[in-house]
Design a protein around this ligand. Structure first.
Ligand SMILES: C[S@@+](CC[C@H](N)C(=O)[O-])C[C@H]1O[C@@H](n2cnc3c(N)ncnc32)[C@H](O)[C@@H]1O
Ligand SMILES: [Mg+2]
Length: 213
C-alpha cells in the first residue's frame, strides 16, 4: 500500500471522532493542507459540490472515481437518509481505504463501492443495481475519459431529464473535449464554477455543473 495512504488512514483514525462525518471531512482536509497533497475535490471546490447536492436533492448518486472516499463522504453528509451513492474506483487499495474511512464516519451503508473501471462497470449498472437513471452524477476520475464515459452513460439511459452532472478539474488538469461537447449540446444547461485546485492557493481550477433538460 502507498505510504501516503497509510499515513492518511492513521491520521484520520487517530484524530477524528468516529461517527462524526463533518469532523472526518475536516481532518482529511487538514491532512491535505498540512501533511501531503491529495487529489480529493478538497474543501473549496467541495463547497460547490455541497451546494449542487443541496440544490438537486438527489435520491440516486453515481460517482466516477472514489479515490480515498473524500467526495463520497462529503456528498453523503448532504444527502437525506433514503438516498444512496454508488461510487466506482478501479484501484482496489484505494477503494479499501475509502471503505475504512466511510466505516469510521458511519456512512458505509449508504455508499456502495464498486471496484472496476468505469468503462466496464457503467454498461452493467442498470441490470445489476436495478437503476433506471441517476439524479446526480459526479465525474472525477480521468479528464481524458470524461467525454467517453458521459456518452456511455447517455447510451445506457443513465442520464434523464433533470439529471445534474458535476465534473471536477475541468480547468486543471482539464477536460477540453468534455467541455466542448457539453457546452455545445442543446440537451444540457451548463455553467463553470471557478475555484482553485484542491489544497493549493495558486493553480486555477473549476467545476462544470450541467443539468440535462
Ligand atoms: C481524482 S481521484 C478521485 C477523487 C475523489 N472523487 C475525491 O474527490 O475524493 C481519481 C480516481 O479515479 C480513479 N480512476 C481513474 N480512471 C478510472 C477509471 N477509468 N475507472 C475507475 N476509476 C478510475 C483513480 O484510480 C483515482 O483513484
Ligand atoms: Mg478532482
Amino acid at each position: 500500500m502507498q505510504s501516503s495512504h497509510v499515513s492518511l488512514v492513521n491520521y484520520v483514525l487517530q484524530r477524528s471522532q468516529p461517527g462524526n462525518v463533518q469532523h472526518v471531512i475536516d481532518t482529511i482536509d487538514r491532512f491535505g493542507w498540512t501533511q501531503q497533497w491529495l487529489m480529493n475535490i478538497g474543501d473549496r471546490k467541495g463547497q460547490i459540490l455541497d451546494d449542487a447536492i443541496r440544490t438537486r436533492r438527489p435520491k440516486t448518486v453515481l460517482e466516477l472515481g472514489t479515490f480515498l472516499g473524500y467526495s463520497s463522504l462529503r456528498m453523503a453528509s448532504q444527502l437525506p437518509d433514503d438516498a444512496f451513492i454508488i461510487s466506482i474506483e478501479r484501484n482496489r487499495q484505494s477503494a479499501e481505504i475509502a471503505h475504512t474511512i466511510h466505516k469510521h464516519a458511519g456512512v458505509e451503508k449508504r455508499i456502495q463501492l464498486i471496484v472496476g473501471s468505469t468503462e466496464s462497470v457503467i454498461p452493467r449498472l442498470s441490470e445489476k443495481y436495478h437503476i433506471n437513471a441517476f439524479d446526480f452524477i459526479f465525474i472525477d476520475h480521468d479528464g481524458s475519459a470524461y467525454l467517453d464515459d458521459l456518452k456511455l452513460l447517455e447510451k445506457y439511459g443513465l442520464i434523464q431529464s433533470g439529471t445534474m452532472i458535476v465534473a471536477d478539474n475541468v480547468i486543471y488538469p482539464g477536460a477540453p473535449d468534455y467541455l466542448h461537447y457539453i457546452r455545445n449540446n442543446p440537451k444540457y444547461k451548463t455553467r463553470l464554477y471557478e475555484s482553485t485546485l484542491e489544497y493549493n492557493d495558486n493553480v486555477r481550477d473549476g467545476v462544470e455543473i450541467s443539468v440535462r433538460r
